[in-house]
Design a protein around this ligand. Sequence first.
Ligand code: MN
Ligand code: MN
Length: 409
Amino acid sequence: MKRRDFLAGGLAGAAVAATAVKATAIAGTPAPVDGDRGADILGPQNKPLERENPESLAPPVTDAGGTPNLKFSFDQAHNRLTKGGWAREVTVRQLPIATALAGVNMRLKPGAIRELHWHSAAEWAIMLAGRARITVIDPQGRNFVDDVGVGELWNFPAGFPHSIQALDGGCEFVLVFDDGNFSENDTFLLTDWMVHTPKDVLAKNFSAPESAFSRIPPDIEQSRYIFNAPVPGPLNADKVSAPAGATPISYSFHTDAQVTPVTAPGGQVRIVDSSVFPAASTIAAAIIDVQPGAVRELHWHPTADEWSYWVQGQGRMTAFTGKGGAATFDFQAGDVGYVPVAVGHYVENTGSEPLRFLELFKSPRYADFSLAQWLGLLPPELVRDHLPLPKDVIASLPRNKPLVVAGRS
Ligand code: MN
Ligand code: MN
């Protein structure tokens, strides 16, 4: 087994087996040393960052070339604090390669409302903690309201007006938009529009006396964005009868009830795209679970860039960018990753707890190619002409997609 040297916990030059590197790296201080490559650091160090990024500090010998940065953490992002909660975003401004998708991490206190608004991008979401009530209407005047809990999703198509309100206990979620340039601070807010419309026009528009709008401003000077409100009552009491009826499709997705996981020896994969969640017509998702030591197999996506969000655990990912280029990144819960279309990659769980991350795509359908399955579906001689592998390894190449591989011990 390949061994790597680390200056860990004061044990200069201690040889640590590759599989134990991560635990040591997190507990102690790694050094940019790998065998006879590298040397210790004499200058200033940001040790917490070094501990979180051992594969950047001492990349595997297989890394090469100048791959762009593929990682940014919500924990590095500017946070917008309000009385009702907060919101922080990772867009193309924070992670320049992420042109296809952008994300927001948002927290709402109990009853707090992300105000009625709409925007030019479609919005996909997953609830991380707590529960929220969502509302939306479609262009035909049909309405939708539902409550969404942990692990459940919603999707609002571009331009559809919507709201999110935390229920008892508050909530936190991640939003993903199908435009890397999208900013959560650049949406169309109900109050903002009201403030910026002449009051005589508001009076005509709502068939009400101008005096009805006398407190917009001063009570509302700009916009509300995220603000506190009483926790709403039962869901049924919030259902408003629309002449056109309710929306024909659901804009929420109750994950556990609506999708069956594809289980694999090293974990499981749940694919949620427009084939099971029609409202998600522009954003496809996979929810990936990887057991400790297991690997989300070598694969690539043929149609779209991948925007990943790390929900739980830790792992490493190497992006193979072709022309001899490869770069390895470490990820922890709360991080965002990005893999351009067609770029080969894997994700290895390097921690001691289960890893969960999301793969998101600006695409109506999820699609990937498995390296192992590709080789397994070819004539063995053709594979052997390329790769000097033992016969039994070539004979046991899988014909089904392994997805998450436990590996051999
Ligand atoms: Mn929105
Ligand atoms: Mn992927």
